[in-house]
Design a protein around this ligand. Structure first.
Ligand code: NAP
Length: 260
């Protein structure tokens, strides 16, 4: 049987009451990792944490907070204790036209999708170096590789985080601490439902038709599943993945058409 080598380690999985964050939390728990899960809404967070406790034997702590605030991050770090694995995630910024975005809109996007991950990395990385084990996974977006025009706030903020991670990952690799990005294409989550609803309105088709259009456009003829995303996260966090760092792994069913 394949052993991921991380049984008994502790992970913070940010923004994990549902969607991609939940997929990562469940997969890590299934390979024996104790969890600190967070989200703003306490009820769903607790329900999701209980679901993982029912499925596995790991310890699952929860902190209901806004991870994009200094107070939220402090609460999470305090509750987690020693952190071996950090999965950075937060809600994505809204779509729009760059002409309408103010400095405040940009600061909010940068805070949520760049600075939150940088601050959490800063908080956990030196103890990881001392213990000679650390895995940091940044959930970003396929838009880092292939920009989505209406998601300029996301394209910009996430590209900033990706640049930061590229440099630091090389600095800490010698200590068995890795930093990688996981870039989702289109996964079946509530976030994608909202996108389907908006696109359906814009194109004057039903949401069912819009979903079929998106599925047909993808080489796999479907959207991604959060369990697939979670498996990739667990693989990057495995004890055997110490030679994979500074990478950005696109999970989009082959939608981005390129030879390399
Ligand atoms: P989702 O299904 O809507 O789930 C978002 C999760 O994050 C929820 O648990 C939510 O709980 C939590 N959350 C949001 N803002 C938070 C905050 N400020 N503090 C703490 N928790 C927070 O979204 P998803 O599809 O998993 O997307 C996750 C990330 O991946 C987003 O940044 C999204 O833009 C990006 N992404 C997703 C896709 C996709 O196909 N799904 C593609 C590209 C990029 P609360 O609301 O209760 O806080």
């Amino acid at each position: 049987m394949l052993d991921f080598g991380i049984t008994g380690k502790t992970a913070i999985v940010c923004a994990s009451s549902k969607g991609l964050g939940y997929g990562c939390a469940e997969a890590l728990a299934k390979v024996g990792v104790n969890l600190l899960m967070c989200a703003r809404g306490a009820d769903l967070l607790e329900k999701s944490a209980q679901n993982i406790r029912d499925l596995t034997n790991v310890t699952v702590k929860t902190v209901a907070c806004d991870i994009t605030t200094p107070e939220g991050r402090a609460q999470v770090l305090e509750a987690a204790g020693d952190v071996d694995i950090l999965v950075n995630n937060a809600g994505g910024p809204p779509p729009g036209n760059f002409r309408d975005w103010t400095r405040d809109d940009w600061i909010a996007a940068i805070d949520a999708n760049m600075m939150t991950a940088i601050e959490l990395t800063k908080a956990v990385i030196d103890p990881m170096i001392e213990r000679r084990f650390g895995r940091i996974v940044n959930i970003t977006s396929g838009s880092v590789k292939s920009p989505i025009p209406a998601l300029g706030l996301s394209n910009g903020a996430r590209a900033g985080l990706t640049g930061f991670a590229a440099g630091v990952s090389r600095e800490v690799a010698q200590h068995n601490v890795t930093i990688n990005g996981l870039l989702p294409g289109q996964f079946n989550t509530d976030r994608i439902e909202a996108l389907i609803t908006n696109s359906a309105k814009a194109q004057n088709v039903s949401t069912d038709e819009m979903r079929t259009i998106l599925e047909d456009r993808n080489p796999t003829k479907r959207l991604g599943d959060i369990t697939e995303f979670g498996f990739a996260c667990a693989w990057l966090c495995s004890a055997h993945s110490g030679y994979i760092t500074g990478q950005n792994i696109l999970m989009d069913g082959g939608a981005f058409n390129a030879t390399l």
